[in-house]
Design a protein around this ligand. Sequence first.
Ligand SMILES: Nc1ncnc2c1ncn2[C@@H]1O[C@H](COP(=O)(O)OP(=O)(O)O)[C@@H](O)[C@H]1O
Ligand SMILES: [Mg+2]
Length: 242
Amino acid sequence: MRTKQAAAELAKIIAVVNNKGGVGKTTAAVHIGCALAALGKRVLCVDMDTQANLAQNFFSRKFVNTAIKAVQNGSPLPPEHHSSGVDVLTLSFYEADEEEYRAAIHAYASEYEYILIDSPPSLEKRTLSALKASSFVLIPTEAEQFAFSGISNLLQLAASYNLHILGVFINKYDPKKQVHKAFRSFIADQFSQFFLEDSIPTSTVFPNAQAENKTGFEFYTQKKPNAALEAYQAIAHSIIAA
Ligand SMILES: Nc1ncnc2c1ncn2[C@@H]1O[C@H](COP(=O)(O)OP(=O)(O)O)[C@@H](O)[C@H]1O
Ligand SMILES: [Mg+2]
């Protein structure tokens, strides 16, 4: 019983993966992280990509340079707190083997409820380490021709790591485009077991916010709700409900 209670206190560790670049992994990790934190959850976002886009989105290039120096001096920076409530662990410059990456992330498992790992755009060691460290996987995709084979391969890979699939969702979705609608319903149909109904619309909020090293939630201050940010909030709710 004691062991079970202790286990229940450990974070849900979620790898955000898709070996295709530009589909929205980093943007998803940032905004789902913020949405979970806004719901009062203790959240750690881990940057596993050497491009350190996640760390830069939350903070600045200066912060990224500090993270580089910390590793040169021996070890990665400890998690840095962001005003959204999310803590950020930058492993972008930490070179290690799969087991060391797993240990570096699991060291924080008892301090957070959710750990979201942003992974690189290929199936390299860092991505496989993210999968090894995780119990759950979340797959952002675009509504396009090559999504089907990519998702199938990722689901197989996730199964080989015994991961629970939290969901597949569509990013950069434009319902006015017939081709998007057609691919969305094809993907929803083919992967019905895992498909998340909330698609993230194409929105200038993300690139504009990122250009200022801000999250969309910080950047967007209008009263009128923003559909793309609301869609990430809905995904955060479905993660909590899972
Ligand atoms: N819903 C969206 N609408 C418009 N642009 C988006 C959206 N999501 C992400 N982007 C933009 O697409 C680019 C790639 O997103 P990113 O999250 O960096 O992808 P990945 O991490 O998979 O490479 C970034 O410039 C980002 O601002
Ligand atoms: Mg990225």
